[in-house]
Design a binder for this molecule. Structure first.
Ligand code: BGC
Length: 374
């Protein structure tokens, strides 16, 4: 991770920050030490993509609780993975007085007009987890190091199969995330930078032919909406068309847990059982169903992003913004949204395998032992 740098909230949020700074000296600030988040200035609209994935429910509820404990006004909305719904929810939040918007975009390409409207009302915009593209009106970005997520998946496969010393051919089926999610290309690039050299040398082979020639071609294997059922039917097609006569798939590169669940269902219905001929399969998020799958030998790993730390980081940003302080970021180079490089705070993801479930996930309180049958 690059060195922590700070930039001025004042510069990025202009008059809004100035007015908040003067308000906070009227009583919003604690007068040194921790800035106070609450009060009339802390009116936050949170816009999450969907309730259909466990992680977004946790993300939303946790940030809401942190903010409400600090006496902020919070409006939390879920967009059912629908772009139009997300746009109208944001419009309503701005009309209802939200001065800070925290947005995890359904589609990172289409929010420019609604954010331009929000800016006219002096709102400060934080892109949450997913970058928002093509607009100057996003002030900050808080996320996990998305390239590293993919890199951890690629390196896991490389190490587990000792690709550097393997003769091959080892069969792999790569998948990528939703084409409208800016994160998906980072996940794929991180993994493919590790794996493509082995495809080119013939150590890895892709029987289905679904093998992007370069990172730029990632969307050709993207699964729209990160949908489990779409990943399942894609895997069904690949298995029934290209794995005939006893051929087995050795590895599946799955960018996240929702795709992994669909792929695992497909493997099961094609007769794969955990054990000798079951492929390595990657994931991301440490969703409960996938943690169970890891314990049952149906998934090899997940990349864990402790979303509690992401919520805390965004809470810190909001405290800094409302106090008129500098906003803490640690990356001012990576996330160019086509209009500007968005000042970002990147958190560290980490690999979880079967042996880590208790120590990393349960002992830290991220999941309950009973939820995963421990
Ligand atoms: C998030 C992942 C999540 C995926 C599907 C991505 O933008 O970073 O954690 O699995 O969306 O919701």
């Amino acid at each position: 991770m690059s060195t922590t740098k700070k930039i001025l909230a004042l510069a990025a949020t202009g008059i809004f920050a100035l007015s908040l700074a003067s308000c906070s000296s009227d009583g919003g600030s604690t007068g040194g030490g921790e800035p106070a988040a609450g009060g009339a200035d802390c009116n936050v609209g949170i816009s999450m993509p969907t309730r259909s994935l466990e992680r977004w429910i946790n993300d939303g509820e946790q940030l809401k609780a942190l903010l409400e404990d600090a006496d902020c006004t919070v409006d939390l909305q879920y967009a059912d993975n629908k772009t139009d719904q997300q746009i109208s929810q944001i419009q309503n939040q701005v009309a209802g007085g939200s001065k800070i918007l925290v947005v995890a975009a359904v589609d990172g390409q289409v929010l420019a007009p609604v954010l331009a409207e929000a800016k006219k009302q002096d709102a400060t915009v934080i892109a949450y987890d997913r970058l928002i593209n093509g607009t100057p009106d996003v002030d900050y970005y808080a996320t996990f190091d998305n390239y590293k997520v993919g890199q951890l998946q690629g390196e896991f496969i490389e190490t587990e199969l000792d690709l550097a010393n393997a003769a091959g051919p080892i069969s792999i089926e790569p998948f990528a995330g939703s084409p409208d999610d800016n994160n998906a290309k980072f996940f794929f690039s991180g993994a493919w930078d590790v794996l493509l050299p082995y495809v080119e040398s013939g150590v890895l082979v892709v029987p289905s032919g679904q093998s992007p020639a370069s990172n730029d071609d990632w969307a050709s294997i993207g699964i729209q909406g990160w949908a489990s059922d779409k990943a399942q039917s894609e895997m069904d097609n690949r298995l029934s068309s290209f794995y005939t006569g006893g051929d087995k798939v050795d590895v599946v590169l799955s960018p996240n847990d929702s795709l992994a669940i669909g792929i695992e269902a497909s493997l099961k219905s094609a007769g794969y059982t955990p054990g000798a001929d079951y492929p390595l399969i990657t994931g991301q998020d440490a969703d409960k169903a996938n943690v169970k799958a890891i314990l049952d030998g149906e998934q090899s790993m997940t990349v864990w992003k402790d979303t509690r730390t992401l919520g805390e980081q965004v809470f810190t940003m909001i405290q800094e913004i409302t106090a008129g302080d500098e906003v803490t970021v640690n990356d001012t180079e990576t996330y160019d949204n086509g209009e500007k490089v968005v000042p970002s705070f990147l958190l560290d993801p980490e690999v979880v395998v079967k042996d880590d479930v208790q120590t990393k996930l349960v002992d830290s309180g991220f999941i309950k032992a009973a939820d995963v049958g421990l």
